[in-house]
Design a protein. Sequence first.
Length: 387
Amino acid sequence: MRLAGPCLLCPATLLLAGLLGATTVSSTAEAGPRAAESTAKMGTRGQIPRVPRAFVGVISDDALWGTDADPGGAKTMRAIRRLGAGTLRVPFLWSRLEPRPGHVDLELYDGFMAQVARTGMSVLPVLFEPPPHRSSRPRHGGARGTYPPASNREFAFIASALVRRYGPNGHFWRRHSELPYRPIHAWQVWNEPNLRQYWPAGPDPAAYTAMLRTVGTAIRAADPKAEVVTAGLNESETGIPLSRFLDGMYRAGARGSFTTLGIHPYGASSTAAVAQLRRARAVMRRHRDRAAIRVTEIGWATGGPSAHRRVSEHRQARLTTETMARLLRLRRAFKIKGVCLYNWRDAPPAPGGRDLWGLHAGLLAQSGRPKPVVFALADLLGRVVGP
């Protein structure tokens, strides 16, 4: 039976109806009876330690670049914060900062950072994607994907400049004293280097470690207290498995070059996701490393071309809340510093591009309709996230 009237909606439904705006109220109301099932049925019953809001993050291009309906991303940021998240993980793209050789625009992210500060969010930037004139991509015969830079020292220079702009004592904050002070404290170096998509010449743990050491040193020189996060590693069948790649990093001298290990524990179940963290922590123990861990991506797709990667919207809600609850309980034992959900809203393929499962992993449908996972998360996070 479909419920009608705002007085009959559950608290999570009322919350999301308000934060997502009038255009989604009707679809939210229709989803309410199904989506707002007790999260006890999703494995989240029982005491879960409270965490600071910044522990929970979301990846959102809408918040970074805006949309036609939300040009500055302000509405999206407020919606994400009202859900219970306090961190936005976003790409800081070298290709956009230096579109032409020698023409560096360090003001590119100023508007975004100003809105983040006004909204009371934190940012985890991913330092990524050199411009063509700084890339190691061969002039002819290059493979599909994002090549690392030709020079790690040049990459380090860009990283240092960004830390000096947006980190503690950054130029941006001194010039904008009217804004709440929300400097960036953590920086992630690259994305998934154990996959060919992001290291097309062939994943190479020693080569990535060389990048991490050079860029991480520059970040810490600009901010000695900065958190240096490794690129997120995962167990994809298209690259080197997480444990083997991480072991290769340590053998190449990675210990001490980072503060936090990034992991993308995609899997068929919450048990599979947690198992990846256990394997990573076992490798770290073998190399006597007590560094922290961040889950910088995790999620499940409700569509896409690959049937074995798709789940129903209800199962997405169950898997997400079960996994979040387990990671919250394991926070101290595994030294987990944060969890970022992938991602906020479904997106269409790029013009001429392929449809991928990740384009369907949003908490919202492409139309902006909240999926059941939104209501389940709002209920869970409302009980465990601090102010």
